[in-house]
Design a protein around this ligand. Structure first.
Ligand code: SF4
Length: 241
């Protein structure tokens, strides 16, 4: 896919406070009940539709538009996703996209239901944590989603600074933050010794190939070429907030 251009210089990415949206409904693109490619252990993953950050080189430009995807009641979705994650044996959910904090109120509903069920929450965002914390003083939706997040990957994706040493992160400017003790040991281990990314390939009965997780462009192109498919489907190279 061709990366879309951003109107903002790299230094300004993620610095403009997104508008608040009501939390009763969520616009989302894809849900997996269990994956090992989107965070620690086996976990569910939810890709939301819509991103206001617009990092040049983003792997998921098809998730930028605030149209498309599906729009459903957030509480209903949360109940369904928790039940599916439990059935699959997942330890939590990863929220990614798209930009989770563009729909912070609705995703807080989802995240709070996972936490209430004893499951963990990992959230990707293109906004730096210090900005989110600053805005959370007057934005209850940001405060709620941060409060319900155990592990945060923050900051815009900067393609000039690729991160090959830490799992799940796209560029070296991004942070991996343990907001609760749930993954504090894991974060310390990654910051001390790094880690490896996982790439997950799913082949549907109709032959469609879905790929999620991380690989660099050359490795992913080689893989998709070997599988005889193109890199043009939602979920391909999914994630990297
Ligand atoms: S990398 Fe994440 S924050 Fe940046 S444009 Fe893509 S979806 Fe948005």
């Amino acid at each position: 896919m061709t990366p879309l251009a951003s109107a903002l210089p790299a230094s300004a990415l993620g610095t403009v406070e997104p508008v608040a949206r009501p939390g009763d409904s969520l616009r989302w693109s894809r849900f997996l009940a269990a994956t090992t490619a989107e965070g620690p252990g086996l976990r569910a993953a939810l890709w939301v539709q819509g991103c206001s950050v617009h990092c040049p080189g983003c792997f998921n430009p098809q998730l930028w538009a605030e149209v498309g995807g599906r729009v459903e009641n957030a509480a209903d979705l949360a109940g369904r996703f928790v039940a599916d994650a439990w059935s699959a044996g997942s330890q939590g959910i990863t929220l990614l996209g798209g930009e989770p904090f563009d729909q912070a109120a609705a995703l807080a509903v989802v995240a709070e239901q996972f936490r209430a069920a004893g499951l963990t929450v990992m959230t990707f965002t293109g906004y730096p944590l210090d900005r989110l914390t600053e805005w959370a003083v007057h934005r209850a939706d940001f405060a709620r989603l941060l409060d319900a997040t155990d592990l945060l990957i923050d900051g815009p994706y900067l393609r000039e600074q690729p991160d090959a040493g830490r799992p799940w992160l796209g560029s070296t400017n991004q942070g991996i933050r343990a907001l609760t003790p749930a993954y504090a040991t894991e974060v310390d281990r990654i910051e001390a010794s790094g880690g490896v990314d996982r790439l997950e390939v799913r082949i549907r009965p109709d032959g469609q190939v879905d790929v999620n997780g991380w690989a660099d462009d050359a490795a992913l192109d080689d893989l998709l070429h070997d599988l005889g498919c193109r890199q043009d489907r939602p979920g391909t190279k999914a994630r990297r907030a």
